[in-house]
Design a binder for this molecule. Structure first.
Ligand SMILES: [Zn+2]
Length: 572
């Protein structure tokens, strides 16, 4: 082990030296460099460039211009396609082309039995056979699913592993996906091996059995087959980061602050497939495996923790810590220490990235996704694959087990017992889309959260919101909270209450809402509530025709309470 550490330390020195030499040798003339990058682009549609840190004045501008990879020593490594490179040149930054002087020969498994010792990368066909064989060998706990197709029409596959794989039962949904950057292939094999471990240990190992019984686990080992097999389905040696259209899939998702296409590219087939899969599955917890560093990176990528942290930042940190604590003690002491000492970081604190899948899942899909950077070497030598599995196995399993803790329950209609799709909002806690929703089909919801005592408001369209106070969520267990919601009677959803001759108008209203009451009315005050049932404002009614200023309300649907009657109105 000491030898290993020494070796890894020496290797890092050599790599650093190589970086420096590469830069110095090539930096003589930027014109030469531009020629070299363009030649590389004409061959591979993507090129890696090194930019000295001293050159970079605005890292976020650079991150918007090219696909920044990672800081390496005195440099940042970035990827460019033709369009990105053209834009990059306008920034006038010194740079050099980064080429590996001796691309590793990675041993390939060309048939299924060669994968049994887990020290090879599969050809695309072997991968495809493995996935089919998992489903065929374990039909009661495994189903093969197609997420979609790549730009070159390769299948993007997932395994669903669960005690009832053919039905959408009410259990937390968990999703592992790897290698959306096609050249980051360590996670690809780790995911295949994890699937194999889960399936072959059902009924044998207690943890595997619990996971399969309590959780719907989805595993997609290869998210970008066109990048991984860029030069044919039989080798991963010349894999590309980008997809077949030279697009970085991890910048191609809708951005939180900058619109649907912040990267200036159309949504790729891979991106559309993943968005549709997320829509139909509503995952609660997920991870996205990458390589090039050893660190866990939790939301948001788009913001530093100072400018916008996630409401569940403490949950993310404790889950990351749990992962780090589960890494094998046999791992070298430098393992998962190359970015931060803790082994994890807020995404934007490392460097800001717009349009990542992690933020898409977390912000737009109300899920929780962490990016796992699983090996500093993107294409781990095949001789190291067994070691990395042994180091990381505990962490990969423990992360799925987070689905066994938190809060779950059903939201149903008080009269019909029908399921209700409701918003589950933790008061004084949820913010910036961290709330979750119950399933329309069954009313089931699952909310991962740190232990504590919370007040939770359940709300749904056309229902009276209900707040449950002092919900005690114990750590390390699953807590249950079922809720029934009462429907707002239809006649109260209208603009007037005929029986009591109360009128409000106009509806929708912009600045003023007129309340018109019958002659003999004994209503002298009003309250306005939002749809969560929280009182926003109140005031006096001085006349049977009173104008209430609603200028300061945000746009949306409100309820006005007048003498025990609730009337719904819309603020424009
Ligand atoms: Zn990556």
């Amino acid at each position: 082990m000491y030898f290993c550490r020494l070796l890894s330390f020496t290797m890092k020195k050599i790599f650093l030296l190589l970086f420096i030499l590469t830069f110095q040798n090539i930096a003589f003339s930027q014109n030469n460099v531009i020629e070299q990058v363009r030649t590389e682009l004409s061959k591979r549609k993507e090129a890696k460039i090194l930019i000295p840190k001293s050159e970079i004045k605005d890292i976020n501008l650079l991150s918007k211009t090219i696909s920044l990879d990672y800081p390496k020593g005195e440099f940042w490594l970035g990827y460019v396609n033709e369009k990105q490179y053209k834009n990059f040149l306008t920034l006038n930054l010194k740079h050099s082309l980064f080429t590996e002087s001796y691309p590793k020969a990675l041993t390939m498994a060309t048939n299924l039995s060669q994968m049994s010792s887990w020290d090879r990368y599969p050809t695309y066909l072997v991968y495809d056979s493995m996935m089919r064989r998992f489903a065929a060998s374990y039909p009661n706990i495994c189903k093969l699913d197609t997420i979609g197709f790549s730009e070159r029409d390769s299948l993007i596959l997932a395994l669903k592993i669960s005690s009832d794989p053919y039905s959408d039962t009410d259990k937390p949904k968990f999703f592992y996906t790897s290698t959306m950057h096609g050249d980051e292939i360590t996670g690809y094999v780790l995911m295949l091996r994890l699937a194999d471990w889960l399936l072959s240990n059902y009924g044998i190992d207690q943890r595997a059995t619990n996971i399969i019984n309590s959780t719907q686990v989805y595993i997609n080992p290869l998210a970008n087959p066109d990048g991984t097999y860029a030069y044919g389905n039989n080798s991963v040696t010349f894999a590309t980061r980008y997809n077949a259209n030279a697009v970085d899939l991890n910048r191609n998702f809708p951005s939180i602050p900058n619109g649907l296409h912040a990267d200036g590219e159309n949504w790729q087939k891979e991106t559309l497939a993943f968005m549709a899969y997320a829509d139909s599955n509503e995952f609660s917890i997920s991870a996205n495996l990458h390589g090039g560093a050893e660190v866990l990176n939790y939301p948001f990528d788009t913001y530093t923790s100072n400018s916008q942290s996630h409401a569940d930042a403490n949950w993310f940190i404790s889950v990351c810590q749990q992962f780090i604590d589960s890494i094998s003690p046999l791992a070298p002491s430098t393992f998962f220490r190359d970015v931060t000492h803790s082994g994890y970081t807020n995404g934007g604190d490392w460097y800001v990235v717009d349009g990542s899948r992690q933020d898409y899942q977390t912000y737009f899909k109300h899920s929780r996704e962490i990016t796992f950077e699983v090996s500093s070497d993107k294409s781990l030598s095949t001789t190291q694959l067994n070691n990395y599995w042994n180091y990381l196995k505990g962490g990969l399993i423990s992360y799925i087990e987070t689905c066994q803790k938190g809060l779950q329950g059903y939201v149903r209609d008080s009269l019909t017992n029908e399921p209700v799709r409701a918003k589950i909002f933790i008061n004084s806690h949820d913010a910036f889309n961290s709330e979750v929703y119950s399933k329309a089909s069954t009313g089931y919801y699952y909310r991962p959260i740190q232990s504590g005592i919370y007040s939770i408001t359940y709300s749904a369209d056309r229902y009276y919101p209900k707040t449950i106070y002092n919900v005690n969520i114990a750590s390390n267990s699953m807590n249950n909270q079922d809720v029934i919601l009462a429907k707002i009677p239809d006649n109260l959803g209208e603009t007037e209450d005929n029986k009591f001759l109360i009128n409000i108008y106009p509806n929708p209203a912009k600045d003023l809402l007129r309340v018109s009451l019958p002659e003999n009315s004994n209503i002298f005050s009003y309250s306005i509530f939002n749809m969560l049932g929280i009182e926003i404002t109140k005031g006096k009614i001085n006349d049977i025709n009173t104008d209430i200023s609603i200028k300061n309300l945000n746009k949306g649907v409100y309820l006005i309470l007048l003498g025990g009657k609730t009337i719904k109105f819309i603020k424009e």
